[in-house]
Design a protein around this ligand. Structure first.
Ligand SMILES: CC(C)(COP(=O)(O)OP(=O)(O)OC[C@H]1O[C@@H](n2cnc3c(N)ncnc32)[C@H](O)[C@@H]1OP(=O)(O)O)[C@@H](O)C(=O)NCCC(=O)NCCS
Length: 170
């Protein structure tokens, strides 16, 4: 199946990849991938360090979230295994603004072995289609300044600078 950019999803010799909305049965697999996002970020800043029971806590949170109307989670599946996922949420704007709301892609992860095969792009395409379908015209993503691959990925997909988040440790 081609992505919007015309690239095949899951290109290369490994098994093909399908993108679909997450179902309740995906909760353990998505929780494992979600905790891998934090493992990826942990060396970048101490704030990303996870507790030992993180995966169980994430599974419970995700189980609740999938019951909410205002979140979409898409998974990438290859040979009956989850290889990536993306979560997106609408964010209503304060009443004083002309823009009524935006969406935020809050999680995106593709496991190491399936990177650079178009899977991340295909997951984001699915999320953006969902956002467009709700009439939302702007999407944000928070990406750590030191996450080099994340920075390169999002900029390649047309995302640009909006705001710097500064921090100071006390
Ligand atoms: C970022 C991430 C989701 C990208 O997933 P992916 O499936 O490898 O991405 P794609 O194959 O769709 O890449 C699309 C394009 O993005 C760019 N890109 C992706 N990874 C890149 C990297 N490591 N370095 C430079 N450019 C990169 C390339 O232009 C790529 O196109 P190409 O392979 O044809 O050159 C994946 O690396 C990942 O899960 N990283 C760890 C978690 C993370 O950082 N998540 C984002 C948090 S904000």
């Amino acid at each position: 199946m081609p992505t919007r950019a015309g690239l095949p999803i899951g290109r290369g010799p490994a098994a093909p990849v399908a993108i679909r909305p997450a179902a309740a049965r995906d909760v353990p697999g998505v929780a494992a991938l979600w905790s891998a996002i934090h493992a990826h970020h942990a060396p970048l800043d101490p704030q990303f360090e996870v507790r030992p029971d993180a995966e169980r806590a994430l599974a419970a949170l995700l189980d609740d979230e999938l019951r909410e109307a205002d979140i979409a989670v898409f998974v990438a599946e290859s040979a009956s295994e989850l290889v990536g996922f993306c979560a997106v949420r609408p964010r209503p704007a304060p009443a004083l603004l002309v823009e009524t709301g935006r969406a935020e892609i809050t999680e995106l992860y593709v496991r190491d072995a399936d990177r650079r095969r178009g899977v991340g792009r295909a997951l984001v395409d699915a999320a953006l289609d969902w956002v467009r379908g709700r009439g939302i015209e702007r999407v944000e993503v928070r990406v750590a300044a030191r996450n080099a691959e994340g920075q390169a990925f999002w900029r390649e997909l047309g995302f640009g600078d909006l705001m710097d988040v500064l921090q100071r440790r006390l």
